[in-house]
Write a protein that binds this ligand. Structure first.
Ligand SMILES: Nc1ncnc2c1ncn2[C@@H]1O[C@H](COP(=O)(O)OP(=O)(O)OP(=O)(O)O)[C@@H](O)[C@H]1O
Length: 347
């Protein structure tokens, strides 16, 4: 009799996708509302990253519209340098996003470990991320939170943009809502002049500068100091700049970190800014035609023998998790759910 309890449930692969379709593997990260773990699709054997978002926590932190927005935007897009959404579903407790798996770690992790990256490596990431930004802008989406933490490497070393939590659709009207991570925000966001997709090119400039020099271009002890620095301080470089970055590289940094949006690199409408950037001499070594098919060998290959993420998440799951993730059949009676939880149901 005892054996009956533990027999695995038969999985219906023809029905809607749910957690029963996946084998749950190791934990690789922790976000604001849940965790991220590696999963394998039981039928296709493909590996993915499963991001799970605890619904009550999300309601408590008033983040329901952001999660819905993130899912809606991700469902619209598919690009080689974006962490794409492959499936989305939910149970009574969590929303699940099944995403492209990135086993190479995020660029914050590598920056902290290495101090800085070589110009050649950064050029490669800037090229790949420019391609992702041009695609998003063409689809009238601005990301608004480009920073090293949101750039993930696959196991071969290709860069991918993730975290569409505060991404939005845009039209010709300028936006004014302050959103993003302050150190990477363009001056026109902070000075409340109204902004467009051009802010993402500025953030790319801040990331590229930080990756090459190991520190950010604009700093401040308080938010108002930082705002002042972003809006007014001249762009300076470390003393050993010549050892770290070529003249062409500095030109691109300066072009992206241009306060005048009519002159900022990447910003010309209808993808013209992106085409201009591609033609810049700094990208001479990049073969743009094969970049998107990932045929080029990335100049930095993450060490696949070491975990390229904080291993404490896995340990925490083992030692501290009192409610470990498990596939469950849905029980929720829609009528008993709060308004916010109902909102999450309607997808
Ligand atoms: N597709 C993925 N593949 C591999 N690891 C990932 C993937 N997405 C996220 N991670 C890991 O999980 C960590 C948490 O990611 P997640 O996007 O949930 O958190 P977050 O950046 O705090 O975003 P949010 O604000 O949406 O919670 C990341 O730092 C990264 O190390």
């Amino acid at each position: 009799m005892g054996g009956v309890c533990c027999r695995p449930q038969p999985v219906d692969f023809d029905g809607e996708v749910n957690l029963f379709h996946f084998v749950l593997l190791r934990c690789v990260g922790k976000g604001a509302f849940g965790k991220v773990r590696v999963v394998q699709h039981k039928q296709t054997r493909e590996l993915y990253a499963l991001k799970y978002i605890n619904k009550p926590k999300c309601v408590k932190m008033k983040a329901v519209p952001n999660i819905i927005q993130e899912r809606r935007l991700l469902e619209e897009i598919d690009h080689p340098f974006i962490v794409n959404l492959r499936y989305a579903f939910q149970d009574d407790e969590n929303c699940f996003f099944v995403l492209d798996l990135m086993l190479g770690g995020d660029l914050r992790f590598h920056l902290e470990r290495l101090g800085s990256l070589s110009e050649e490596v950064v050029r490669f990431y800037v090229a790949q991320l420019s391609s992702a930004l041009a695609f998003l802008h063409e689809n009238k989406i601005m990301h608004r939170d480009l920073k090293p933490d949101n750039i993930l490497l696959d196991e071969r070393g290709n860069a991918h943009l993730t975290d569409f939590n505060i991404a939005v659709h845009f039209s010709d009207r300028k936006l004014t809502g302050v959103a993003g991570s302050m150190a990477y925000m363009a001056p026109e966001i902070l000075t409340k002049r109204g902004y467009t997709y051009c802010i993402d090119w500025w953030s790319l400039g801040v990331c590229a500068y930080e990756l090459i020099f190991g520190r950010r271009p604009f700093r401040g002890r308080s938010n108002s100091d930082l705002t002042y620095s972003i809006a007014k301080d001249p762009l300076k470089y470390p003393e050993d700049v010549e050892k770290r970055c070529s003249r062409a590289g500095l030109q691109v940094l300066r072009g992206l970190l241009e306060r005048d949006t009519t002159k900022r690199f990447g910003c010309k409408p209808n993808g013209e800014g992106y085409q201009e950037l591609r033609r810049h001499p700094w990208f001479k070594s990049i073969d743009w035609d094969t970049l998107e098919s990932k045929e080029q060998t990335p100049p930095f290959v993450p060490d696949n023998k070491k975990a390229n993420f904080d291993a404490s998440h896995e340990l925490e799951e083992l030692l501290l998790e009192d409610n470990p993730l498990k596939a469950k059949t849905r029980k929720a009676n829609q009528d008993n759910l709060s308004a916010e939880m109902q909102q999450m149901e309607v997808q």
